[in-house]
Write a protein of this length. Structure first.
Length: 95
């Protein structure tokens, strides 16, 4: 259902959330720290950007405009956090 670029980014987002998913972690805070989530998203976008900027075989190399790339990563990060919070509460969206 996602575009090809978002599908390629999903494993990176899942890996980041796996590292942040622990009891008392920021994923399950009642009010997650916005600036910390932005920092994690920016760090992840920078890591991906550095890895794929010069790899011509990768589909992510075709991205011409990297300006909106960070927003895509942040959108996927927030969506993954919402899914994990939903799963932890056994189907109820409680924050």
């Amino acid at each position: 259902m996602y575009p090809e670029t978002a599908k390629r980014l999903a494993p990176y987002v899942e890996e980041m959330c796996d590292r942040l998913e622990y009891e008392g972690g920021i994923l399950y805070d009642e009010y997650p720290d916005r600036f910390l989530l932005q920092k994690h998203g920016k760090d992840m976008a920078d890591k991906i950007r550095k890895k794929y900027r010069d790899e011509k075989e990768s589909p992510l190399w075709k991205i011409k405009d990297w300006d909106g790339f960070e927003e895509i990563v942040m959108l996927l990060l927030h969506e993954e956090i919402l899914k994990r919070r939903h799963r932890k509460n056994r189907g109820y969206l409680r924050f």
